[in-house]
Design a protein around this ligand. Structure first.
Ligand SMILES: Cc1cc2nc3c(=O)[nH]c(=O)nc-3n(C[C@H](O)[C@H](O)[C@H](O)COP(=O)(O)OP(=O)(O)OC[C@H]3O[C@@H](n4cnc5c(N)ncnc54)[C@H](O)[C@@H]3O)c2cc1C
Ligand code: FES
Ligand code: FES
Length: 1368
């Protein structure tokens, strides 16, 4: 049994803290438990979510507050509770989303504004975002827009595209409080007129204004617990808590700390716990002794000395940032150059919660303190600390290169050795994560010196994503000149990401000494850098040439920036050319601007008729207060067990043996489940029954489920699952498409489409061109990982499953088949999902099946919720694609013939790969009229987890390949890309190559409107001018159309169902076949039912999706949710209306409740089912005839980007979208879908890189390694218009589907980037086509911008080395 014990004077015997104003006294806190686990499991405060567990998504954000006795004020800071150790909260007040407002008690303005501004879709990220904003306001009730936008750099949202969140929260900012001069008001005035030729008088712009909401009054905030303010007893207490595997100490004096460290040299010291927390959770590390150093005064000091600044080891990075800002303001410019570099680096260090406590008011105090030269300004917060960064000794630490180049001096202490000083130089790092600090030593402080007048210092960092990402390469460069000239006295070059430790470039440093700061020195240093930091082609981390190129590019930037500074003071021979200045500015982003334009409902529409109105998502308020329930928020059942999966670690292997004996001995473990426990069929699959629930004898991908361990808690189950020993006999895996082609490893059938005569088409062509393009996969990264809760029933083999699934019917079928019972014994339900995007369509069924087998074996309730790394490694992704094409075209760019081969990486089983490829084949000409075509689609069978549905379902990949072809045609002809796109574009009345005619087809109008809205011609001129003036930054512009076929390509799935109950009080319970996953489906269905029944939306309620209410539902997918279920809802409503009609006739002046009451008393059924089958669908493959789609949703986007040619970094400066979505059922929800899909597409095309080793091991298993777009990636100007005056006779109330179609519009960014790269390549005399794979990561962009630096590091020949990861 764990025990809690206090040590030293006045120590409490328990962990004491406050949560939402309530005192918590915890007797036996487990040192390995996080605050999040405690909040969710012990206190049942489930509003705080677990999205990743590694500090990378912000879903778990809470606010910590404490009373600072020095400053006599309460300080607030947001933290990631998933990393924050529970034992660290002693004496603190914790505020969770439940503590600031609720539906019953009233909403906090932050909660109200995010909900009403449409900033919450699935809602899983919402509580975390609310808490980040709330903490900002508690510290600064009137922040600037800039401060507000930066408060979220540690939060991710996968649904919204971020714009509505920023818009909603902008109402809290200074700028919004400017009344008449508010930026929004200014733009409103402009929009009321004629904007860029678009008449806007009949459209509306959804502007938000602070006065539309409940005012924010900081004095109304909950009070800080008086006990914590009055007494310092809890702060002074030294603590000891003993848990199952670890003991936690919190000493409060240096002597205590040194003694503890002397007795436990292997103990880890903890400040922010970001390293240690991640190691415990994901690397299964056990640290028997953990010592918190947060309360040691000597480690908390900050001092300004005569020679520099001294930071105590436990000073947090935020405190450093705040302090340095004051110091920089105070000191002469030349003295603070190192600090300026540190500040630039800290700007990009991790996320807000990790880095910041953001205490705006503190700045003033600190500034005064610095001015007075107050020796030890003590700030105490417990986030990431400087000592943790140094001592982790990570090769990609952001601070270590700076400290090395700045020759920082560390003060160390140990019990027996006393104090000593250690300079951070080339001897400091001894190897991977090892330093010259002795195990028994504590890092007390870090001394960072001033710079001199002739000394210059800069730091650089390049990562996959700017916000909250670790470096690919970082650098700190320092030069000292001889007095009065540009002769180098000393050059210091430190790099991270180039070796197992931070390294110095000794040769380059040496050879620069004595040289003048000129181009010769530049060339010499770059040559030396290549020798100083050679990287073999298969180096861990990959990207060898890019990383090497960055070392030279960074130095080039430094060289130019120093030259610019000194050329005015000294007579430098060749000054920096004006166009080269573009290499030097640091990244800058303007505040986000946006417009959303849509048609208002017709004049005279009944106020209660909500169809066409921008109703907020009906769950958004509950989502903002944390009251919305997801599967893992459901309270535990009695004797519930947790299932942890034992997953294959090999891609292809025979299972020789499995030993679970050690696991079964572990605490809390109850049982183990394998294929032998499946009473029914172990096989499942949508198309082919080719996938096993539990692997039997052989594994065919890593991440495959082999077994499951059942235990009393998740921790116990997971620990035991890791103790299962499996002996494998490895077999040769096939991982990539190219390997599969070589081995002829295909799943059958191979599909094709043919129209016209290819030979004739090529004869008509003036030119023939061949090309290819590859696209990576994409992880769904729904914020809620997959999970389920299965409740067995001993009677009749019944079972109830709650699953985070997009397809309740498939879960039901898989469970029934696994248990060998009929479907009628199984009920599957889902209330809402924290995002799905296709990833929870089939893959959720497998997990639910596995859980059902476990529950059946033990006859106990079983819960299984995947951790992020498990989810990413076993649930499959979007299909990687390879497209090869041979195209014939005329002098004007008109395509006459196309022969296309598409290959997708299906993974180890069929899953949905066949329909994914079918859709790809239907979309492989995007919206272009290709008269003669032959397209074939191959499904490559590989040893990867089965790839699956993902928003767009193969279409974006195929369209991307087609647009690459269009770009190359334009480039070959030397004409503009828009010209080629326009001459090929389909028009009303044309037919697709599968012979479906295009009716109601408004794509050309969208194209024209987009060009007008974006002011395309003017932008084009500006881009040309910009590119002429700037050598090292280039801009690109691109307009891309999209056309998306709406329907399931499997005809039978185009059916919807609904069930409608009207109760005696007139209220309506509606159930339909669709799942709410954030897309606003339930909101739209209520709007539909409200109009159909003629009653207010408030009378209608949707509780869940359930197989016992609506049977045989189709998955909520293919953008068909509203179309099929909406019509079914209307059908059910019509039945009820027909039944009520006689009563309405009898009482024409009566109300709804009167007719319902009368019908009830007349014994009329007030319950009706609804059904809908989409008419006129069906494609005849043999004759290439029929309609695979119900209709098409179309749109156009224009994007403007700026690329940093030296690093590969880019920024989207502007995006304009015009879409035809018919008559929108709910324009706010539809615009939300457009922006969210665009942002997800942006991730696919520009950012999200799945990395898999040649042996099939997934390297990117969490937000740390896999980057999805963040707040900082929203286009700086983001305008979305819905085409007005259009309708659609083929869907509910003339609407059109919006879920998937807009995703592809992000291709406009990809091709704008390609355009910018072309401009950069032209500077090097390169004008032809070049390959750019998807995603266009910084690495790919940089290496495509070929120049003198890239030439220094040529790529090794493929096949001559083993790459770190492979192109799938
Ligand atoms: C989401 C996320 C994002 C990140 N982003 C970045 C980033 O952008 N840039 C970057 O450089 N790093 C980043 N990191 C890495 C990590 O956050 C840093 O290394 C951080 O500074 C560690 O500080 P900490 O206080 O959390 O360390 P802890 O986890 O508390 O401790 C880390 C190590 O330091 C030792 N230690 C701590 N204090 C002392 C002391 N006084 N004396 C001796 N040893 C001591 C501990 O024993 C332990 O081994 C990130 C980590 C996460 C989880
Ligand atoms: S769950 Fe804590 S940051 Fe993701
Ligand atoms: S609403 Fe943000 S993740 Fe779904």
């Amino acid at each position: 049994m764990p025990t809690a014990r206090s040590e030293g004077a006045s120590t409490p015997c328990c962990l004491i803290f406050y949560v939402n104003g309530k005192k918590i006294v915890e007797k036996n806190p487990d040192p390995e438990t996080t605050l999040l686990l405690f909040l969710r499991q012990r206190l049942r405060l489930t509003g705080t979510k677990l999205g990743c567990g590694e500090g990378g998504c912000g879903a778990c954000t809470v606010m910590l507050s404490r009373f600072d006795r020095k400053q006599k004020k309460i300080l607030h800071y947001s933290v990631n509770s998933c990393l924050y150790p529970l034992c660290n909260v002693h004496g603190l007040a914790v505020t969770t989303v439940e503590g600031i407002g609720s539906v019953a008690q009233g909403l906090h303005p932050v909660q109200e504004r995010i909900a009403k501004s449409h900033g919450s879709q699935c809602g899983f990220c919402t509580p975390g975002i609310v808490m980040s904003m709330y903490t900002l306001l508690r510290n600064n009730p009137l922040p600037s827009t800039h401060e507000m936008e930066h408060a979220f750099d540690g939060n991710l949202c996968r649904c919204t595209g971020y714009r509505p969140i920023l818009d909603g929260f902008r109402t809290f900012t200074k700028e919004c409080a400017m009344g008449e001069n508010c930026c929004k008001n200014l733009s409103k005035t402009r929009e009321n007129g004629d904007q860029n030729g678009v008449k806007l008088s009949d459209v509306t712009v959804d502007h938000l204004d602070a006065k539309d909401f409940k005012p924010y009054n900081p004095s109304q905030e909950p009070i800080f617990p008086p006990e914590l303010q009055m007494s310092d007893e809890l702060d002074k207490a030294s603590l000891k808590f003993e848990g199952e595997r670890a003991t936690w100490y919190r000493p409060v004096t240096l002597t205590q700390l040194l003694e503890l460290k002397a007795s436990h040299p292997d103990a880890v010291l903890v400040n922010g716990n970001s390293e240690i927390g991640v190691e415990i959770k994901f690397k299964s590390k056990v640290y028997p002794v953990i010592i918190a150093t947060t309360h040691i005064p000597e480690l908390r000091g900050v001092e300004l000395t005569d020679s520099g600044v001294v930071f105590g080891g436990s000073v947090t990075l935020t405190e450093i940032e705040i302090y340095l800002r004051s110091v920089v303001e105070l000191l002469p410019e030349h003295k603070s150059r190192t600090y300026v570099a540190m500040l630039e680096m800290l700007r990009w260090f991790a996320g807000h919660q990790i880095r910041k406590c953001c205490l705006k008011q503190k700045r003033q105090t600190e500034f005064r303190a610095v001015k007075k030269n107050q020796p030890s300004l003590k700030l105490k917060t417990t986030i990431f600390a400087i000592a943790g960064n140094i001592m982790t000794a990570s090769p990609i630490s952001d601070l270590n290169p700076i400290l090395l180049s700045a020759k920082a001096v560390l003060r160390l202490a140990s019990k027996d050795g006393g104090y000593r000083e250690l300079k951070m130089d080339h001897n400091f790092f001894k190897g991977y994560r090892r330093t010259a600090v002795k195990p028994e030593e504590i890092l007390i402080s870090v001394h960072i010196l001033f710079t001199s007048e002739t000394e210059y210092f800069s730091a650089y960092k390049q990562s996959h994503r700017r916000d909250d990402d670790i470096a690919i390469v970082n650098a700190a460069v320092r030069v000292v000149f001889e007095e009065g000239c540009d002769r180098v006295r000393e050059l210091t070059l430190s790099y991270g990401g180039m070796a197992p430790t931070t390294v110095m470039a000794h040769k380059a440093m040496k050879s620069a000494v004595g040289r003048c700061w000129d181009d010769e020195l530049l060339s010499q240093v770059c040559r030396d850098l290549a020798e100083d930091m050679p990287l073999p082609p298969g180096v861990p981390g990959g990207m060898a040439e890019y990383r090497q190129t960055l070392t030279a590019s960074f130095f080039f930037k430094f060289y130019l920036s120093v030259k610019l500074k000194i050329q005015n003071q000294l007579s430098v021979k060749s000054p920096v050319p004006a166009s080269y200045h573009s290499a030097t500015p640091t990244f800058h982003r303007e505040p986000t601007r946006s417009l959303q334009l849509y048609e208002e409902v017709v004049e005279g529409q009944d106020i209660e008729d909500v169809v066409g109105r921008p109703l907020p998502h009906l769950s958004s308020i509950k989502q903002a207060t944390g009251e919305a329930t997801y599967v893992d928020d459901m309270p535990p059942y009695k004797e519930e067990l947790f299932l942890a999966l034992v997953l294959s670690t090999k891609a292809h292997a025979n299972i020789v043996s499995m030993d679970v004996s050690a696991a079964l001995e572990m605490p809390g473990v109850v049982n183990c489940v394998t294929c032998n426990d499946v009473p029914g069929s172990n096989l499942w699959g949508i198309i082919n029954q080719d996938e096993q629930l539990f692997a039997d004898q052989k594994v065919t991908c890593q991440g495959q489920v082999i077994a499951g361990i059942l235990a009393d808690t998740q921790l116990h189950a997971q620990r035991a699952a890791r103790a299962v020993f499996i002996e494998y006999e490895e077999l040769e895996p096939i991982i990539t498409i190219k390997e599969a082609i070589k081995a002829k490893s295909f799943l059958l059938p191979t599909n094709s489409i043919q129209k016209g005569d290819l030979g004739e088409g090529f004869n008509l062509a003036d030119h023939i061109h061949q090309g290819e393009m590859t696209l990576n996969g994409q992880e769904h990264f729904y914020l809620e990982t997959q999970g389920c809760l299965v409740v067995p029933d001993k009677e009749d083999g019944q079972m109830l499953a709650f699953s985070s699934t997009q397809d309740v019917a498939e879960c039901q079928t898989v469970i029934a088949s696994a248990l060998g019972v009929q479907d009628n014994r199984i009920v599957c339900k889902t209330k809402r999902l924290g995002g799905g995007f296709g990833g929870k369509e089939t893959r959720a069924a497998a997990l639910t099946g596995v859980c059902a087998v476990a529950a059946n074996k033990c006859m106990r309730v079983v819960r299984c919720v995947l951790d992020r790394d498990e989810d990413m490694s076993c649930t499959g992704t979007r299909h990687p694609f390879l497209g090869r094409y041979k195209v014939g075209y005329t002098k004007t760019g008109r395509v006459t013939a196309l022969n296309m081969e598409l290959y997708c990486n299906a993974g180890h089983t069929m899953d949905l790969s066949l329909p994914v490829m079918e859709r790809a084949l239907y979309h492989c000409t995007n919206c272009y009229n290709v008269p003669n075509i032959h397209a074939v689609g191959y499904l490559c069978r590989t040893n990867l987890p089965s790839n699956t549905a993902f928003r767009g379902f193969g279409a974006p990949q195929a369209m991307m390949i087609c647009e690459n072809m269009m770009t190359e045609i334009a480039n070959n002809l030397g004409v503009s890309q828009q010209q080629v796109r326009w001459v090929n574009m389909l028009k009303e009345g044309d037919s697709m190559y599968y012979n479906q005619p295009l009716l109601n087809f408004h794509l050309p109008t969208c194209w024209d409107e987009c060009l007008t809205q974006s002011d395309f011609r003017k932008q084009q001129q500006l881009v040309t001018q910009f590119n002429r003036d700037n050598r090292w930054k280039k801009r690109g512009l691109s307009v891309i159309p999209t056309q998306f076929g709406v329907a399931f390509t499997s005809t039978h799935m185009n059916q919807g169902g609904a069930l409608l109950h009207v109760y005696r009080d007139g209220s309506v319970l509606l159930t339909h076949g669709g799942v709410e996953m954030g897309q606003g489906l339930h909101t739209k269905m209520i709007q539909v039912a409200s109009r159909a029944l003629g009653i207010p939306a408030s009378k209608i309620f949707i509780a869940e999706t359930s197989t016992d209410k609506v049977p045989n539902t189709s998955p909520t997918a293919a953008s068909m949710g509203s179309d099929i279920n909406g019509m079914a809802v209307m059908d059910a409503c019509q039945k009820i209306k027909d039944r009520l009609l006689p009563f309405k006739k009898l009482d024409p002046k009566g109300k709804w409740i009167d007719w319902v009451t009368a019908a009830y008393f007349d014994r009329v059924s007030l319950s009706a089912t609804g059904f809908y089958k989409v008419p006129g669908l069906g494609y005849d493959e043999q004759n290439n005839k029929g309609n695979p789609f119900s209709y098409f949703t179309t749109g156009v986007a224009c994007s403007l980007v700026e690329v940093d040619c030296l690093t590969g970094d880019h920024q989207v400066l502007r995006t304009d979208i015009v879409m035809d979505i018919g008559t929108s059922l709910n324009p706010a929800i539809d615009i939300g879908q457009i922006e969210g899909a665009f942002t997800q597409g942006y991730g696919l095309m520009l950012m999200e890189q799945q990395k898999v080793t040649p042996s099939g091991y997934l390297l990117t298993r969490g937000p740390g390694a896999y980057k999805i777009p963040s707040f900082g990636d929203v286009p700086v100007e983001f305008n979305v218009s819905l085409l007005k005056g259009v309708s659609n006779p083929r869907a509910v109330y003339s609407s059109k589907a919006t879920g998937e179609p807009p995703l592809f519009l992000a291709a406009s960014v990809f091709y704008a980037v390609k355009d910018a790269i072309m401009a950069a390549r032209a500077e090097s005399g390169l004008h032809g086509n070049f390959a750019l794979s998807c995603p266009a990561t910084p690495e790919r962009i940089r290496m495509a911008c070929e120049d003198q630096f890239t030439k220094m590091f040529p790529a090794a020949e493929p096949g001559t080395f083993k790459p770190w990861y492979v192109e799938l």
